[in-house]
Design a protein around this ligand. Structure first.
Ligand code: PLP
Length: 334
């Protein structure tokens, strides 16, 4: 494997975990080499988008061990998604055990320490079975597969540019706060429009007033003000990022910064010192420039990550790769 140039793309690894929910309970689950699923044409996941997913990473440490970053948080969020779409929950023990089984069975795909790459785990739940009406399925599949990955956006810790989209990603009382497929199918078109114009992805505003920042593609937004306050949007239609939650903790406890979760208006972008996108896949991706209605807002000169962003990235990735002591409960040995 060319560990240094993995990017974020599919690789067929050796094993995936599959568990089936039938007659009111999950079975034990198995590891299988087959990367195809055989499901009924009537599956609710296909017709009505009854499905949700997660994304988390396993990291190889200096000593050669493998560790997971806050998988209990992904387990909780998966259950929130399942609740919202009337799908059965998965216990935290079953979720974490499935992740560990997949890591162990695919150990040769866990990138070496120092490559800056990791093993991305993709758990998902889909509604399956013979069905045609618009209602919840009677059967479900929970699967976890994995792929080795590097940087999500080209450039890693070099800044990339985004453009504000006219389209909405999620309604206020819709499904923006859960990780369900329907939120992403509708993002492909705005994403293509942004890419065609040379941007990495688009930025979504709040659906009601189109004046406040919500999401950066499939990542959360944060910024650093001139007064060195870490700010990030508060809204019921954004996905609660575990990376963002961790950065808030790091900003407060490691960097002694003030943190505000609040409305961030497009109008105030010119007042901000640094901006970035954060998520498991994106890690921290500095934002060089945001374009909105022909106006361009540049951060930290646009060519280099800002000082605070660099510090946040360093502390977060040191914790994830085991080079720095983690706050209590963040690291799970794989
Ligand atoms: C998954 C996701 C994120 C990032 O969440 P993490 O828990 O940090 O990986 C942010 N926004 C959207 C829309 C997402 O789907």
């Amino acid at each position: 494997m060319d560990w240094a140039n993995l990017g974020f793309k599919y690789t067929k690894t050796d094993f995936r975990y599959i568990s089936v929910w039938k007659d009111g309970e999950w079975d034990e689950g198995i590891l299988t080499e087959d990367n195809r699923l055989s499901i009924s044409e009537g599956s609710t996941a296909i017709h009505y988008g009854q499905q949700c997913f997660e994304g988390l990473k396993a990291y190889r440490t200096k000593s050669g061990d493998i560790q997971l970053f806050r998988p209990d948080e992904n387990s909780k969020r998966l259950n929130d998604s399942c609740d919202r779409l009337l799908m059965p929950q998965i216990s935290s023990d079953k979720f974490i055990d499935a992740c560990k089984q997949v890591i162990k069975a695919n150990e040769r795909f866990v990138p070496p320490y120092g490559s800056n790459a990791s093993l991305y785990l993709r758990p998902f739940v889909i509604g399956v079975g013979d069905n045609i009406g618009v209602k919840a399925a009677q059967e479900y599949i929970f699967c976890v597969f994995c792929v080795p990955v590097g940087a999500y956006f080209k450039g890693d810790i070099s800044p990339v540019n985004f453009i504000v989209s006219d389209y909405d990603r999620a309604a206020s009382k819709g499904t923006g706060s859960v990780k369900v497929g329907g939120n992403y199918a509708c993002s492909f078109y705005p994403n293509k429009l942004a890419k065609d114009r040379g941007f990495a992805d688009c930025i979504y505003l709040d659906p009601q007033t189109h004046s406040k920042i919500e999401e950066v593609g499939a990542a959360n937004f944060y910024a650093i003000t001139k007064e060195n306050v870490f700010i990030t949007p508060k809204s019921e239609s954004i996905l609660p990022s575990i990376t963002k939650k961790s950065l808030i903790y790091i900003a407060q406890n490691h960097l002694n910064m003030k943190v505000e979760e609040r409305d961030i208006f497009i109008d105030e972008l010119s007042e901000l010192k640094e901006a970035g996108a954060c998520g498991t896949a994106a890690v921290i991706t500095p934002i060089g420039m945001i374009e909105d209605e022909g106006k361009q807002y540049t951060f930290n000169g646009g060519e280099e990550a800002g000082e605070i962003t660099k510090k946040l990235y360093k502390i977060l990735t040191e914790i994830q790769f085991g080079d720095r002591e983690a706050p209590e409960g963040w690291i799970f040995k794989a």
